[in-house]
Design a protein around this ligand. Sequence first.
Ligand code: NAD
Length: 359
Amino acid sequence: MKARIAVLAGDGIGPEVTNEAVALLQRAGDLYGHHFEFETAAIGGAAIDATGDPLPTATRAVVQRADAVLLGAVGGPKWGTGAVRPEQGLLGLRALLGTYANVRPVTVLPALAELSPVRADRVRGTDLLFVRELTGGAYFGAKSREQGTRDQGVVATDAMVYSEAEIARVVRLAAGFARERSGQLTSVDKANVLETSRLWREVTTRVVRDEYPDITLEHVLVDSFAMLLIQRPTAYDVVVTENLFGDILTDEAAVLTGSIGLLPSASLGVAADGAVRGLYEPIHGSAPDIAGQGKANPAGAMLSAALLLRHSLGLERVASAVESAVFGVLNAGARTADLCSEGAVSTSEFGRLVRERLA
Ligand SMILES: NC(=O)c1ccc[n+]([C@@H]2O[C@H](COP(=O)([O-])OP(=O)(O)OC[C@H]3O[C@@H](n4cnc5c(N)ncnc54)[C@H](O)[C@@H]3O)[C@@H](O)[C@H]2O)c1
């Protein structure tokens, strides 16, 4: 197949890890007979420096004509907290693509279980897929700040709002993944307290009963799930939850793996015509403390490329081969600096080992 991929490397270690992801996609294309065309564009701080805009018009055009978008990371101390910030580029990009679900696989490799802050015997075998609703809930509801009574002082509000349609579309995506994996879906909410969570539970139950009767659905309260994730992470497979809970739980889950540099993500939206819009990026930030030193772990970016192959291009076999190559190199003992105290391989050396293994 032919596919056009927009490459937005961004700031800090973004360009270093994205280079390795692009080189891996190129190699995968050559090996499996696919032609990938890469178009690069500026985003974040780099785009502010070049144009004053974190998501310039030229970048929007590149994104809109692409089949999928690969992103590095944005931000850094250079751009501070002024009115125009690198992170606005990322938010603008998500809005442009209409991505409403964030998908994060969390896999603990046997060879890396000892690096987890949680006991190795508890985390070994963890293989989770989080699906977080991305455009609703408290982050996007009406906000206000007003003077209360004299006793109260200032009163602030963030409205948590969800519609049936918003819940149903993200649950359908998660249920589809559950069907392809173990057939087990866990929905996390706070239905004992929140009205949005009661609606979440009703809609989730109905969608699964009517459209995915072959999968098993379990509801868990978010406070309980935060504990269970540490106590027995291997008991879960696909987990779907709303925006705020997902933000917190996915960071908690990321810690289980031993390094933030290992984890990929996909932000997905399914358009009215059924086309998948996808933005793929490692979960880490621009890591200014190690930028330009060849110390960054490119695994998260490379595994994000695998998600791109799977979700935007439908190339499951190639995606699995890429994942096996990354995991294989880690299981064989190659370690970037975030995973060991001595004998580390550089970012580009790790990338080369993965490409060799794929071949
Ligand atoms: N999606 C994004 O682009 C994104 C996400 C988070 C933070 N940020 C931005 O990144 C900047 C730095 O944020 P931060 O320091 O809180 O988070 P960070 O993820 O950049 O770094 C946290 C720590 O993890 C390390 N680290 C991160 N990725 C690594 C990798 N691939 N290999 C090895 N070590 C890695 C860093 O060296 C640092 O010690 C900020 O400007 C923040 O706004 C961007």
